[in-house]
Design a protein around this ligand. Sequence first.
Ligand SMILES: [Zn+2]
Length: 227
Amino acid sequence: MKKIISPHLSAGHADEYLIDCNRLREAGFEEWLFYPGMLFMSPDKWWGNGGCRPAPHEGSDFCLWRDRNGRRFRLDGNTRIPAMFEGEVVGISDDFLGKSVYMRHDICDSRGSRLYTLLGHTAPRDSLRKGSQLDQGEVFAHISVRERKKTKIPPHLHISVAWMDASYPDEKLGWEMLGRTPEIRLLDPLEIIGCKYAITRPSGQEKKPRRSAPESAANMRLQDLRG
Ligand SMILES: [Zn+2]
């Protein structure tokens, strides 16, 4: 098992897998974009008419990126989701936009806590089960396109990262426990992932992404948000 002493491990751009398996670089990827409400511990919603979240945001929402020419794009249901690190799926549950996949990794801190990643709003491949072993970068899901009628939350990937005490049972892991139990210590995913990003404001002209055939490089040239 790898030992990581620092509470803020540097994963060395774990978003590279997300970029590569979706061929975003070929589409001119420059950096991720986040509205303030997409960031870790934000009290604010970034969708609909805004307002407050029921609890501070437990992770980061990956939804938007820009290319070298400053054009904005968004992820959609064709976006593949890779494992950030090698590890085991310890739980799959429904969330309000899709499924959440909980993964335990062979990375621990000086106290013996294990690193977990929790990926929300996914549509996992049919074969994915509790107990599935995934390689780093292995694609296991797409982004779910289920939309909440009332709130109209755009498709996005929620990523939470946490240290969890070895004594804490995997079965008790769930969104309702995050930030509410001392055995689970949330980390800022953007610090762990080490990705290039900028914080921006909504343009107010977001559109639904165009549906296009999967498996084509062109499908990742997504809807230009500038309208
Ligand atoms: Zn989120």
